[in-house]
Ligand binder design. Structure first.
Ligand SMILES: [Mg+2]
Length: 114
C-alpha cells in the first residue's frame, strides 16, 4: 500500500466517525507527540539491551506505537496539504547539506558544531 493509500485509509477512518470536528491543529500536534511519548515510555528505565529484547519479543508494542505516530503524521499532512513524499525528500536534501558525509560520518555532534 502506498503512502497515499495509507493516508486515504486514516482519513476514511476519521471521517466515518465524524471526528474531524475535534481535530484542531494544536490537538493534532499534541496527539502526535503523545503517541511518540508512548513509544518513549516503552523504553523508560530500561538499558539498550533490554529495549532490543522487548522490541524483538513483543514487536507488536513497537509497531502499534509507530502506527499511532504515523496515523497523526498522515492526518496532519492531509489536512494541511503537505505532500509527505516530497517533504521527506526535501528534508533529506537539506540534511545532506547540514551533514555532509565528509564532516558527519562517524560523528554524533550537531551540524552547528562541525
Ligand atoms: Mg499509542
Amino acid at each position: 500500500m502506498s503512502l497515499e493509500d495509507l493516508q486515504k485509509l486514516v482519513v476514511n477512518f476519521r471521517d466515518a466517525r465524524n471526528w474531524k470536528q475535534f481535530h484542531n491543529p494544536k490537538d493534532m500536534a499534541l496527539s502526535l507527540v503523545l503517541e511518540a511519548n508512548e513509544l518513549l515510555e516503552l523504553t523508560q528505565w530500561k538499558e539498550a539491551a533490554e529495549i532490543d529484547k522487548l522490541f524483538e519479543d513483543k514487536k507488536e508494542l513497537l509497531s502499534d506505537e509507530l502506527a499511532d505516530v504515523l496515523y497523526w503524521v498522515l492526518l496532519i499532512a492531509n489536512d494541511y496539504k503537505v505532500d509527505l513524499n516530497s517533504a521527506l525528500q526535501e528534508k533529506l536534501r537539506k540534511n545532506e547539506l547540514k551533514y555532509p558525509l565528509e564532516l558527519a560520518k562517524d560523528r554524533k555532534e550537531k551540524y552547528s558544531e562541525f
